[in-house]
Design a protein around this ligand. Structure first.
Ligand code: CO
Length: 353
């Protein structure tokens, strides 16, 4: 659990809006280089670390990007208008603190301005403004001053530090999918230490631009065309007041996806899904089956690659997804790691080509 938490903390410190995964990519590359036989970065910016084994090839993917914002224009008074990158809920924006990565790679802090309750009209109190009506205040007093710090096209994220909550629960920004990336890195450490001869070749892939269309997964899966694939992700937890649409609970084990987006995203390959369930049972690991109605993962792009790739998803149940304050339980992450590490060597037998 310590290793997963250490990686997660490091990853949360590195903002990675879609298309600007650089800082996370460097961290992932460094860790993978310690454990893999080969590590390379492709045209899109995906990092691929390979542990050489048999001619049966497994792809394990986790996305390095997180939802974010992009600067659209700068007003005369020096405020930034912005668009969203990925599924950010307008309701959580007012009053949020942001950090923008400028062209020089500097981090420019700012806040999303709000109209104080003192001067709001009755009608305004009840309605959530659209992000188009909002603006980011970086403290500049006019356009010229703002342009010294940021430019149109610069991207950013909402701020949200990594914090340990009660017990084994943690809170932070971008846990979707930094927890998957932390698992990918811990898996690299573990597989490189523990494996004997005869294991499959494993490609550990940190993908880019998942939140804006599963793009890095699409190209890397096409290039690798693996015999099977596993995706390490978050999954929507519904164990909080007011959520009746999701069944997953924190602390009850990783989610094994049956379908997501009501089957329009992924219908997990039955052999992969069954292998995951059986492995969990044999190891006495608690697990939860996920039948999702909204949201999807890299597996959706991977499984329809070329002639098709048998694919499954292991998800860590997470609350408040796509907010700067996501919450998950490290115990579920630890069990997700056990599940993946034990299922991978069985793939060649259980999901034959
Ligand atoms: Co995700």
């Amino acid at each position: 659990m310590r290793r997963i938490e250490e990686h997660l903390r490091e990853l949360v410190e590195r903002p990675a809006p879609p298309g600007r995964e650089d800082e996370v990519r460097e961290y992932v590359r460094e860790v993978l280089e310690e454990h893999c036989d080969d590590v390379h970065v492709d045209v899109m910016g995906n990092v691929i670390g390979t542990l050489e084994g048999s001619d049966y090839e497994v792809m394990v993917a986790a996305h390095m990007d997180e939802v974010g914002l992009i600067v659209k224009s700068i007003t005369k008074q020096g405020f930034l208008r912005f668009a969203k990158l990925g599924g950010v809920d307008d309701k959580i924006l007012p009053g949020s603190r942001v950090v923008i990565l400028n062209a020089e790679g500097e981090k420019v802090p700012g806040v999303i301005g709000t109209k104080p309750p003192h001067v709001q009209r009755k009608k305004e109190r009840r309605k959530v403004p659209e992000h188009r009506e909002m603006f980011i205040d970086i403290g500049a007093s006019d356009r010229e001053e703002a342009e010294e710090l940021v430019g149109v096209g610069d991207v950013g994220v909402l701020q949200g530090e990594f914090t340990r909550l009660a017990s084994t629960r943690v809170n932070g920004r971008g846990l979707d999918d930094k927890i998957g990336v932390a698992l990918l890195l811990t898996l690299a450490e573990r597989l490189s230490e523990e494996w004997d001869e005869g294991h499959p070749t494993v490609h550990l892939v940190g993908t880019v631009q998942e939140e804006v269309g599963l793009k890095g997964a699409r190209t890397s899966a096409f290039e690798l065309y693996p015999d099977a694939a596993l995706v390490l992700e978050t999954a929507v937890a519904g164990d909080v007041p007011g959520v009746k649409e999701a069944e997953l609970k924190l602390g009850k084990g990783p989610a094994i996806t049956v379908v997501d987006a009501s089957g329009r995203g992924l219908i997990a390959h039955p052999r992969v899904r069954e292998l995951l369930i059986e492995t969990a049972r044999e190891l006495d690991l608690p697990y939860q089956l996920e039948v999702g109605e909204g949201g999807t993962t890299d597996a959706t792009a991977i499984h329809v690659t070329r002639g098709g790739v048998p694919a499954g998803v292991i998800g860590v149940p997470t609350r408040y997804l796509h907010s700067p304050a996501e919450v998950l339980d490290l115990k579920d992450a630890e069990r997700a790691l056990e599940l993946a590490a034990n299922a991978i060597p069985r793939l060649p037998d259980r999901v034959p080509r």
